[in-house]
Design a protein around this ligand. Structure first.
Ligand code: SAH
Length: 371
């Protein structure tokens, strides 16, 4: 019998699993609380470590369950301290996870899908055929891999010494095409007695799956980032083909109505700087005009090239001029410093060599839009 992983289950699912393994139903809540604490607060990888649980029960757990992590295919460290892991969840099922340390925070960038169906023209991941959605378990496991490597479990650690302080769903894939698993994974990550990442420090980035935006606010409640990249539909149609389905007006209307949005909880708009394509001063002016009235942050991302990319990064002087317009409209320090470029860990450079598997069927299933 293959072992069931307990990583990434909701609290209810965990209690059900433990009951099935012989825990008395009336003790299920207490036991699952203990196991939860060991997994997420202490980073336990075996049941032996769970010393407040009887030996008999630990043996029963070990016969059925596992806390095994995904295989780490490669672990790289950039000269700027950025780390990147290539993780394998099964044959051909690989994703990348990136940790970006800063003075005041440590951001973990995690993936939601193996590959991506969106084919944004400037994104490397889009050149890889989608293999499949990640499960909630596989999404949470990325956080555990980082916390293992950084010795960063919360138990007994003062908040100011934490390394992973923020999570961004900005790795491979479109999180809103994998809504249920992303929702469940974020619930596990933000549990106050577990990984304790506040929802205000978890940002989900979408290319603009408009019908899912309200649901994201209501059911997930995390911070939202939108990959805007262009302010004219004819250009956005080309850069982000999803725009052919949901136009900029509709997207911005959904942002205006995002549950919980306020000046204290702004939406981040990402804008990749592509030389001669979307970086004119006229576009900068149109950008601030179109965002007027939305509590927003603007993140200008210098384009990170990859082999065969059809674009170049805007010149620095042009990025500064563009940023001046944005700053003058009241948005502070918007240029994102590229990190980890030397190990291909920067935005849009993630790509695993996962093989296309049952791709056509999966693709059809994933692109079927939820109502
Ligand atoms: N599918 C989601 C999340 C993944 S991409 C989304 O589209 O938002 C995370 C961010 O990196 C997006 O803003 C994406 O547009 C940006 N990005 C992709 N390729 C890039 C590149 N080559 N250089 C800079 N940013 C890029």
């Amino acid at each position: 019998m293959s072992l069931t992983s307990l990583i990434g289950l909701t609290r209810t699912q965990l209690a059900d699993e433990l009951t099935a393994a012989g825990v008395e139903p009336k003790a299920a809540r207490m036991r699952s609380g203990q196991v939860w604490h060991w997994i997420y607060q202490r980073g336990a990888t075996s049941f032996d470590e769970m010393t407040n649980i009887s030996k008999t029960l630990r043996t029963a757990f070990a016969e059925r369950f596992t806390l095994e992590r995904p295989e780490i295919v490669t672990a790289q460290i950039s000269e700027d301290g950025t780390r990147k892991w290539l993780l394998r969840f099964g044959p051909g099922i690989e994703v990348e996870t990136v940790f970006i340390p800063d003075e005041d925070r440590g951001t973990l960038c995690i993936s939601s899908q193996v590959g991506c169906t969106l084919t944004c023209r400037f994104c490397h991941t889009g050149t890889q055929k989608l293999v499949r959605n990640l499960t909630a378990q596989e999404i949470v496991a990325q956080v555990l891999v980082a916390r293992d490597a950084l010795a960063d479990y919360p138990a007994g650690k003062p908040t100011e010494l934490r390394k992973v302080t923020n999570v961004v769903m900005m790795g491979m894939g479109e999180p809103l095409y994998n809504f249920d698993n992303v929702r469940d994974a974020i619930a596990v990550m933000s549990d106050g007695e577990g990984l304790t990442l506040s929802k205000r420090r978890i940002t989900l980035s979408t290319a603009g799956v408009v019908p899912m935006i309200q649901k994201t606010g209501e059911e997930i409640g995390c911070m939202l980032a939108v990959s805007l990249h262009a302010v004219r539909d004819e250009l956005r149609d080309e850069l982000v083909p999803l725009n052919r389905k949901y136009k900029i007006d509709e997207l911005l209307a959904a942002c205006r109505a995002y549950p919980g949005v306020s000046n204290a909880r702004r939406i981040t708009f990402e804008y990749v700087m592509l030389k001669g394509v979307n970086d004119s001063i006229a576009d900068a002016k149109l950008l601030v005009k179109r965002l007027a009235g939305i509590p927003a942050k603007i993140n200008l991302i210098p384009f990170n090239a990859w082999p065969g990319a059809p674009y170049e990064c805007s010149d620095w002087a042009q990025i500064e001029k563009f940023a001046d317009v944005v700053n003058a409209a009241g948005y502070a320090s918007p240029v994102r410093t590229p990190r980890g470029r030397d190990i291909m860990a920067a935005c849009g450079q993630l790509k695993s060599e996962s093989i296309k598997q049952r791709a056509s069927a999966k693709l059809a299933e994933l692109q079927r839009m939820p109502a």
